[in-house]
Design a binder for this molecule. Structure first.
Ligand code: NAD
Length: 358
């Protein structure tokens, strides 16, 4: 049966990195028997320019009907003057909430060839393999009420609401425990239970759910300490589960442990493993159009899509092996380039991964 992939390139470097990922998909179709149909749609600033909306109804429809969604990145200075509700990022948040993609899986895996590309000492990061499970459709990014107001004394105020219901915490905790069971069976739940009631409740619910997973060792850590520990001794972690905002910040931090934000893929899953796959980085307007963005995070997102949504684990491994191979061959985009190495462009890196597929 042909499966459909909705491909949404978005803005900035989005179209460049997606072009490299599409070449990988085409190679898998041509030579590895992958039976998929790729349909492209507009999202973010590109969609605003064409239709006035960051998430046009036809794009949402395409994403809902597809078996999986592959997204580049959205946003850029051009659309920053727009009100928040009409900015490109609303397209992304809209997709996450409309598709009920509540579980964001962000592996931070260090390819051994890149141990020197991290700003941390190689011995601190060598062998790093962390999975950050971030709650994606709740918490302070979606909580109501939110907005700007003027108080009685005339002072202006901005406000947001951090709110988590029991079912929201329980379902993300189960995804994290299930993931830990398949790995090193250690789960660290990150919160700020000493200050925020919503995350004190988070801790209570995660602790209750842990009774169903006796073989997984659960620990709790405050987010400020977690940030410090990720830089001090990141290998102490196996799986981390945390709220939407804490996960947003900690996963960007973790990306730097692996050398570059351009290396990290992500999967955002619903309750039935339908997912949206995207690199964790943004649209990088500073390098857009220069053919120097690293496409590997996007290509590794394709691997996650093959594994989690398309049930093609062997092809996922083939893609990951091809990425390892090009790194072993010494190919580097500028973000992971070390002294003495020549950098290649986005297109060349993508073509090399295709050539390395076996
Ligand atoms: P960013 O991730 O776009 O860029 C941060 C830095 O990392 C930049 O120096 C950039 O050049 C570099 N970088 C990012 N991806 C890279 C890659 N593949 N290869 C090489 N270098 C790479 O974050 P930002 O600058 O804070 O945000 C830029 C825009 O992206 C903003 O409009 C923001 O809202 C948006 N954004 C979108 C997403 C998304 O679509 N998922 C995520 C984060 C930010």
């Amino acid at each position: 049966m042909t499966q459909t992939i909705a491909v949404l390139p978005g803005d900035g470097i989005g179209p460049e990195i997606i072009a490299a990922a599409i070449k990988v998909l085409e190679a898998l179709q041509k030579s590895f028997g992958l039976n998929v149909q790729v349909e492209q749609g507009l999202v973010g600033g590109a969609a605003i320019d064409a239709t006035g909306y960051p998430l046009p109804p036809e794009t949402l429809d395409l994403a809902k009907k597809a078996d999986a969604v592959l997204l580049g990145a959205v946003g850029g200075p051009k659309w920053e003057p727009l009100p928040i509700a009409r900015r490109p990022e609303k397209g992304l948040l809209g997709l996450r909430s409309e598709l009920e993609l509540f579980a964001n899986l962000r592996p931070a895996l260090l390819f051994s060839e890149l141990a020197n590309a991290s700003t941390l000492k190689p011995e601190v990061v060598a062998g790093l393999d962390i999975l950050i499970v971030r709650e994606l459709t709740g918490g302070i990014y979606f909580g109501q009420p939110r907005g700007m107001r003027t108080l009685d004394n005339g002072e202006k105020q901005g406000f947001n609401t951090l709110v988590y219901s029991e079912s929201e915490i329980e379902r993300i905790a189960r995804v994290a425990f299930d993931s830990a069971e398949k790995r090193d069976k250690r789960l660290c739940s990150v919160d700020k239970a000493n200050v925020l009631e919503a995350t004190e409740f988070w801790r209570d619910v995660v602790t209750r759910v842990s009774q169903d997973y006796p073989d997984v060792q659960l620990t709790h850590m405050y987010v400020d300490n977690a940030a410090m520990q990720l830089v001090r001794a990141p290998k102490q972690f196996d799986v981390i589960v945390t709220t939407n905002m804490f996960g947003d910040i900690l996963s960007d931090l973790a990306s730097q442990l692996t050398g570059s934000i351009g290396m990290l893929p992500s999967a955002s899953l619903d309750a039935h493993n339908k997912g949206m796959y995207e690199p964790i980085h943004g649209s990088a307007p500073d390098i857009a159009g220069l053919n120097c963005a690293n496409p590997l995070a996007t290509i590794l997102s394709v691997a996650m899509m093959l594994r989690y949504s398309l049930n093609q684990g062997e092809l996922a491994t083939a893609v990951e092996n091809a990425v390892s191979q090009v790194l072993r061959d010494g190919l580097r985009t500028p973000d992971i380039q070390e002294e003495g190495q020549t950098a290649v462009g986005t297109r060349e890196m993508g073509d090399a991964v295709v050539a390395a597929l076996v």
